[in-house]
Write a protein that binds this ligand. Sequence first.
Ligand code: HDD
Length: 713
Amino acid sequence: MAKNNENDSANQPNQQNKKSEQLDQYRKDHKNAKLTTNQGMKVSDTADSLKAGERGPTLMEDFHFREKVMHFDHERIPERVVHARGFGVHGEFQVYQPMTELTSAKFLQDPSVKTPVFVRFSTVVGQRGSADTVRDVRGFATKFYTEDGNYDLVANNIPIFFIQDAIKFPDLVHAIKPEPHNEIPQATAAHDTFWDFVVSNPENAHMVMWLMSDRAIPRSFRMMEGFGVNTFRFVNAEGKGRFVKFHWKPLLGTHSLVWDEAQKLNGADPDFHRRDLWDAINQGDYPEFELGVQILEEEDEFAFDFDILDPTKFWPEEQVPVQIIGKMTLNKNQDNFFAETEQVAFHPGHLVPGIDFSNDPLLQGRLFSYLDTQLLRLGGPNFHEIPINRSVAPVKNNQREGFHRMAIDKGAVAYSANSLRANSPEPDLEQGFKHHAEKVEGRKTRKRSESFEDHYRQATLFWNSMSLPEKSHIIKAFHFEVGKVKDKTIRQRVVEMFNNVDGQLASQIATGIGVNPPENPGGSGETASSPAVSQENTVKVAVTRKAGILIENGFDMNDVVQMTTKLDSAGLKYDIISKNQGMITASDGKQIEATKSYAITSSVMYDALYIPGGKQSTNQLLTHKEAKMFVNDAFVHAKTIGAANSGVDLLMTSDIKQITFADTNVPNTVVTDLGVISIRESNDLSAFSQEFIDNVAQHRHWARENQDGKMSG
Ligand code: HDD
C-alpha cells in the first residue's frame, strides 16, 4: 500500500552514492523546527499581518508579510516549451562488462561501479498540469552523474522523429500545440493545424504511424522502451569511432493501454503514470531497464537502403542487433518535485569522453536548443549549480558571476591562459574530451541530402510488422485523430498521403472519417517487416500488475484469502473495492477492509478484476450498476477477469455472457475463455488463482476484440 505523502520520501532507502551524498547537503526535513524568516529570524505569528489597530490597515513595515507574499508571488518558472509535464526519479546504472573495445566512456568500463542517475519521464505536448494518459510521445531523459562529468541521454519512447532537420522543430511544435488563437485543444494532436502540418510535410509519415500506434499510450513509464533516436558515436581509447544508437529495454516488457481506457483514465486519475511510478518505487518494486546499443562500423555507413543519419528511420534490430550492455534500476523517489523534476536541465550536448555526435541534422540543431531554453527557464547561466544538475566530478573553470551564482571562486585570476596561477585550471591534454576527428568537406548549402528523400518505406515496414490487433488500433486512432479535423480537404489529403504507406490502411482510414478512399490503392512496395517493433513479441510477466477485487458483506473469505495469498507471493498488487470504504464482513464473520469504493476508483485503474464468491455479497453486487460497469469495462478493455463460485453470477449478467465459458458449469473445474477465468462449487482455488495470474501476465486478451461489436481499440 502507498504510504502517506509525508512519509513516502522519508521512508525510502537512502542511496549510498556520490550524488546522493551531494544532495544530502541540500535536503531539509523541517521536523521539530521553529518557523523563521528567510533571514533566519524566528517568527512569532504567521497568521495575522501587522495592522494599525485590530481592524486597521496593514502596515508597510510588516517585513514578514512582505517577504512571505513576495516569495509566493514568484514561485512559478516558465514551463518547458515541450515536455512540460514530467516526473523524475533517482536510480543507479551498472554496465555488465567492460566496453573498452567500443568506447572509452569511464562509466561503461567497470561492472562494479554504480553510476547514479536521475531520469525524467514526460509527455511532449501537454502543459504541466495536463493528464498523463494522452496519446503522445513520451520523453525518457537520463542524467548519468559519472566520474567524468554528467552524461545526458535525452531519449523518447519512439525510435524515430517527425522531422529530419531541427530548423523545422518550431513549426512542428507550433502545429501540434493548442492552436494559438483559442488555446484549444490541450495535449493532443487531434486538430487541424497538426494534420495540416503532417500532410504538408510528408517526412512525418513514419513517425505518425508510431504516434497512432499503441506506443503512444503506454500502460506505465515502467513498461516502455527508450530510444536515443539520433545516431551518436562511440569512440574508444585509440580514437576509433563507430556509429551507435541507444536503447532502453524495460524488464517488464513494453505494454500499452487501450484508447477508451486511456481517455477514461484522464478523468479518473490524470496522474496515473506518475502515481504508478511513485507507488512502485515506494513499494520496493524498482523499475529496471537494460541499456542496449546498436553498433555500426564506419565502413558500413552506406550499407543500408536508408541514410543512417536520417532521424525518421530506425535501424531494424533484425539487421543491426541490439547488444545489451548494462542495467539501470530506479530505486528512489524525489524529495521535492520542483527542486528536482522541474529544475533538472537535460542537454544532448552533455557528453563524456568516449561518446560523440554524428552529423544527423536533427541532433546538430538540438545542440543549440537545450542550453538556450534552460537559460530562460532557470533564469541565468548558473543552472549547473542547482543541486540536481550538479556534476559529482569537480567543476573548475574561469566562468564567473551571473544570476544566482553559488560558488565563491577565490582569487584574482579568472582567465586563461594565465601566469599568475600557473595557468590553472588548465586543459587536460590526456583525459580532456577529444572530438572525433571525422573528415568533413562540402560547399555551404541549405539542401537536404537525396538519401533522406524516401518517407514511406519504413512507414510501410512498421505497418507490416504490426499484429492484427495493433493494426486495428492504428486505424481507430486515425479515425479519432483525423476525425476531429474540421477541414475536409485535410482529411482527404491524409488518406492520399497514407496511401503511400499502404492502400488498405488508407481505405480503412477513409471509411471512418467521411472522405473518399484512394482511387488507386497504393503502398511503398516495402514487403519486409521487423518483428521486434511489435508489442506482441515483448516480454510478458505478471509481476507488479494490479487487480481490483469486488466484495460486499457476506463474501467468501476463503475465496479472497486464497487469491490474495497467491497474488502476494507472485508479486502482484490488489485493492479490495466495495460500494463503501470500510470494514466488510465475510460470511464466516471475519472482516477485511475495503480501501477503495466505487466513488474513487474504476476498472481502468486495474490490470485485472476478480470477483470472489459468497451468495450475499454477489446478490448485492448484482444490484450495483458500478459493479457491472467494472466487469463490462474490464471485458471491453481485454483485461483478465476471474470469478469464483457465486461471483460467476455477476459475469452472467454482464456483456460477457455471450462467450462460451458461461455454459460450462462443471463443479470444481477451472474454465478459461479469452482471459475470463471461472470456477464453480470449489473450495480449492489454487489452480484457478494460478491460471488467473498466468492470464494477467498476457497483459490483454486481444482475441476478445472480435467477440463484441462494442470493443474499443
Ligand atoms: Fe527535445 C526537451 C527528447 C528533438 C528541443 N526533448 C526534451 C525532453 C526530451 C526530449 C526527453 C525533455 C527533457 C526533460 O525531461 O527535461 N527531443 C527529444 C528527442 C528528440 C528531440 C528524443 C529527437 C531526436 N528537441 C528536439 C529538437 C529540438 C528540441 C529537434 C529543437 C530544435 N527539447 C527541446 C527543448 C527542450 C526539449 C526546447 C524543452 C525543455 C528542455 O529542452 O529542457 O530544448
